[in-house]
Design a protein around this ligand. Structure first.
Ligand code: AMP
Length: 429
């Protein structure tokens, strides 16, 4: 089925064509008719499947079919777990709605309230927000949610992980009872199902390719190397293969900074992106990375969550993640929307257990490559993995949603039990 057959208006189809999309993705094919028919929706789809257009396109269609008169109040609220995702979803809303007389606004923390208040006063149709900052605005009566017709809970599993559910309940309590609710989540866990039962009314369910199916399109390789030599190996790989857009995951914020500095001094344009960086610095780094002014972005898991980078060719796990599922999430940044991509993992002796967890989850072994001159020293013993709590602890009274590590923590390579906590430095504000 093609986009015109989905029943979208000429203005929306023009915007879709402007983006260069010719065929709807599976989530779009399934979700768009359900949303247009006015049903509540529970969709299992992760970032990279085209889910944003999957809800944005029919929402724009519904709003333009139902013009309202009187004071402009938000008619759609999209809640996201992170600032980056809020900014990206709103960017998509702007692109897909560019030929329609509808406007949108992203509100998230880390930046001044003032321009957001001004924009809210001027009138907004589609509001994309992180829960904490939205509650700040609600507390100051800067925004009236009594006109909401459609609520979207994007990456609901992440919001659950990050402890935002109480905030979301407070927000939902302020919305009209009569509305359409759409919930997107990477998985349908028991907790997500319970949550859906509270927020959704007779939802239709759609589910697309599991995480593992996405991972199958990605060329994955493991390089065994000693911890102290990972930076040199990465520099060699980047230079040898002429990689010019590489997202590199590190375990800690300190590790991201140190790596970016080292790569810079080797002549590779790099920046670090993590929760201790200002919003301005993060936005700038992402824009420079997208425009290839930077070749490497070194990121922690939470900072990278939801990053939407078109056609990202390479992902490197400089450190393996503590939670095997995060591996699939990380490498899912590449091979988006049917493209292929490569994911390279630099694995030292401390991480052998983590690698086994990942291979168990993928149900297959990842191909191993040994670069001559970088063979691991067999006399080096595994040590517990440092998780950078000292360098990365949360600020007291700072971000919302701290302390919400809900997933089982990976434990491997002799890591201390409980040492593998997710770092709750991202914020819903
Ligand atoms: P998302 O899952 O919403 O993060 O989207 C992943 C990527 O797929 C984004 O970069 C979109 O621009 C792209 N995309 C969305 N829909 C389509 C489509 N129908 N055809 C090609 N690319 C698409």
């Amino acid at each position: 089925m093609s986009f015109p057959q989905l029943g979208l208006s000429a203005e929306i189809l023009r915007a879709v064509a402007d983006q260069g999309y010719d065929t709807p993705t599976p989530i779009q094919l399934q979700a768009i008719p359900v949303i247009l028919a006015g049903h509540d929706l529970m969709a299992a789809a992760q970032t990279g499947t085209g889910k944003t257009a999957g809800f944005t396109l029919p929402i724009l269609q519904l709003l333009s079919e139902r013009p309202v008169t009187g004071k402009r109040k938000p008619r759609v609220l999209v809640l996201t777990p992170t600032r980056e995702l809020a900014a990206q979803v709103e960017e998509s809303v702007k692109s897909y709605g560019c030929h329609l007389p509808l406007n949108s606004l992203a509100i998230f923390g880390g930046v001044s309230l003032v321009p957001q208040v001004r924009a809210l006063k001027a009138g907004v149709d589609i509001l994309v927000a992180t829960p904490g900052r939205l509650l700040d605005h609600l507390g100051q009566r800067n925004v009236d949610l009594s006109g909401i017709e459609i609520l979207v809970l994007d990456e609901a599993d992440r919001m659950l992980d990050m402890g935002f559910i109480p905030d979301i309940r407070r927000i939902v309590a302020l919305l009209p009872k009569q509305k359409q609710t759409l919930m997107f989540s990477a998985t349908f866990s028991d907790e997500i199902r319970q949550l859906a039962a509270g927020f959704l009314d007779k939802p239709q369910r759609v589910e697309v390719a599991s995480r593992n199916a996405t991972a199958d399109r990605i060329e994955q390789r493991v390089y065994h190397v000693d911890k102290a030599r990972k930076r040199d190996l990465l520099i060699q790989l980047i230079k040898e293969h002429n990689w010019h857009q590489v997202l590199v995951f590190t375990r800690t914020k300190h590790g991201a900074n140190a790596l970016a500095e080292k790569l810079e001094s080797a002549g590779i344009r790099s920046a670090a992106i993590h929760g201790n960086k200002s919003q301005g610095a993060r936005t700038r780094a992402l824009a420079d990375f997208k425009s290839l002014k930077l070749n490497v972005l070194a990121a922690t898991d939470i900072a990278a969550r939801g990053l939407d980078i078109d056609q990202l060719p390479h992902v490197v796990n400089f450190d393996l993640p503590n939670v095997a599922e995060d591996y699939v999430h990380r490498i899912g940044r590449t091979a988006r929307a049917g493209l292929s991509g490569s994911a390279v993992s630099l694995v030292c002796v401390d991480e052998h257990g983590l690698l086994r967890d990942i291979e168990r989850l993928l149900k297959r072994e990842i191909e191993t490559v040994q670069v001559p001159g970088f063979e691991p020293d067999p006399s080096i013993r595994a040590e517990p993995i440092e998780n950078g709590r000292r360098s990365g602890g949360h600020r007291p009274g700072g971000d919302r949603g701290n302390g919400a590590a809900r997933k089982p923590q990976g434990r491997a390579g002799g890591a201390k039990p409980g040492a593998a906590k997710r770092q709750p430095m991202r914020s819903g504000r």
